[in-house]
Structures are given as C-alpha cells and as structure tokens.
Design a protein around this ligand. Sequence first.
Ligand SMILES: [Zn+2]
Ligand SMILES: [Zn+2]
Length: 375
Amino acid sequence: MPRITRRFHSICRQKFGGILPVIILLLLGLLMTDSTSTALAEAPQSIPDPRPAHHVVDLTGTLAPNDVAAIDASARRASAHGELMVVVVQSTDGKNPREWTTRLFNQFALDTRRRNRGVLLMAALADRKAEIVVGNGFPAGITTATDAVMNGVVVHHFKAGNPRNALLQGAQSIADRVVPWGLTAQASSSIPAIPRDEHADPENPVSGTPGNEHPIAVWMARLGAFGCLGVALRQILRRRPRKCSRCKVPMGRLCEQEEDKHLEPGEVKEEQIGSVNYDIWSCPSCGETLKTRWGAIFTHYSKCGTCRYRTLRTNSRTITPATEYSTGLAELTESCSLCSHKRTYQRIIPRVSPSSSSSGSGGGSSSGGGSSGSW
Ligand SMILES: [Zn+2]
Ligand SMILES: [Zn+2]
C-alpha cells in the first residue's frame, strides 16, 4: 500500500505539483476506511463479513453476480455438515497466506463451536496464491481431501487462466468432498484415507493439529454400539428361563395368540401399537402364570393420564418458531388410542442459544489445518 501511494504521489507531483496530491491522498485515505469499496485494503480485519446474505467476498471484481449466486448455492448445500466461505483478494500484502487465512477464519468464527467444520477458500490473485483452511472439528486426514481439491481443481483452473472456474468449482468441490468428509461412507470412499502419522507435514507445523478431538462420526458409532449392546442385554434378560415358584420346574413362554387371553384390553392395545411387549410364562405342571412387561425403548407413545396405559400420542405444530432473540410458540395435541382422552394446549419454545446458530461470536475456530497452492 505505501508503495502505491508513494508512486501516486510522485506522478502527481510531476504533473500537477503543490496542493493537488495532498487532496488526492486525503480522498484515498477516506476511501480506504471503507473496505468494501476498494480493493486496496486487504488486512483480515478489513474484510467484511458477508453473512447472512452471502458466503463469498470478492474484492477483485472477478466474480459476476451469478457466480456469487452459484457459490452461495454451494454454501447452502454444505450447511448440512459445515460452513463454506470464499474470499478473493488481490494480495495478502506480503503476509504468510496460511496465517492470513487462518486469522480471517477465526475472525469470521466459521460454523458452530460444537461442530467446527468451517472451510475457508482464499485466493490472492496478484500473489498467485490460494489457501483452503479448515476448522478444528475435522479429522486429521482431512488434508487428503483439501489437497485433492486445491491441486486438482483450484490450482488447475488458475494455471489454465480461468480464475472464475477455479473459485466456482473449488467451492463446489469443497461443498461436496471436503465439508462432508468422514461423515458419510460415500464421501470418505471417494478419497482414500491415509494413516495419520504419514500425513504429518514437517514444513507446516500448524496443519493437522486436531489430534485429541473425537469427531462426531466416532461418537455416533460408539453410541450406536452401546445401544446395540443394551438391546442385546435386554433380549437375554427377557428370554432367560423362568422357574415356577411353587413346583420349581421350568416354565414355558406362551405364543402371541395364547398370550392375549391373559392380558387386559389396554395391554393388548399397547402390544398392538408396539409401545409395550408382554410375555406370559406358564407352568406345565400347575398352570401358574407369570406376566413380564417390557416397555419399548423407541416409541412415540407415552403414558395416558386418564387410562394409565402407554397409549398416548402427542403431536406438535410450530405456530411461531423461536429465534436467537425471541421465544417461539408450539401447539401440542394429545390423543389416546385406547380411551377418549384428547387435549390441545400451547407451549413456549425456548430461545435458540447463540452457540447453536451458524454465525456469531460462539462460532468455530481453526488452528490452520488445510492446503496451500500457487500457480
Ligand atoms: Zn407350577
Ligand atoms: Zn387413555
């Protein structure tokens, strides 16, 4: 920047002398305070946050309005699993592009703090440099995906002299291949995973830092395993042999049709809708019966306040959705599939906490993991 203004100053002095260059410098100074209207100010702090209207900042005039719309569409698609942002500047003014981009990522606090799967694609056109910086919520192997997009798409199109394609297809590839990486079987199989230690990059110590964080997928798998274990344990407990308390001989379990004769009408209804399972054990010698009750783990039904059976279904309809600033209102309708119980009432939906919204100070952070490219 000083270089440019100095040159301007000398041109002005040659041609106009005296007062004019001072006025022009003052005007230039005024312009520079508004970072959106000039491509000169390119410190991270001066990059305006385009959200919520857009997910792209172009200070170079490279992108046409429909290009911006296409990148915004990619960002919308990515929003199911993370947050995509594209920033195009002329230069990082001699600053290390990775550090510059990481600072901007943290300034924007991309994605939510909990999910932390923000991805920032930065291109500095005059420097001929690009960066993809990812949030700390990604697994360490994510650089396989960012490298593939950086080299195969972004740098490829920049080298071919097509910056619009580099940015548009770069954003599209990030939305499809980087943001959902490691979450779906399809996304992780499209890019082969590499072992963690092979990926360590000695030249770039900031990359691949998220080591002790457990990605959501791992926790989901663990939860799933726990659930399966619980269900299996229940089955073992349910099917374990019973002995008659009087004769001490093993009892037999009755089949479904036989069972219904020993159940109340309300219990038959619970079995029909799947909210509760009953087993009837019967002694072959004295005819003594034993009833065991197994409530379903996953069911929409709850206990009815009138008939006391687990036959109550509650449907919810949002009247006014909650926002970060105001509570919402929902209408709930209870109806029992056994008795005539029916009730409609309203309930307040609590405000959405800022940390779970997609922007704001409670957002994601990055230690600078990702990929660099130049052309
Ligand atoms: Zn018996
Ligand atoms: Zn009822």
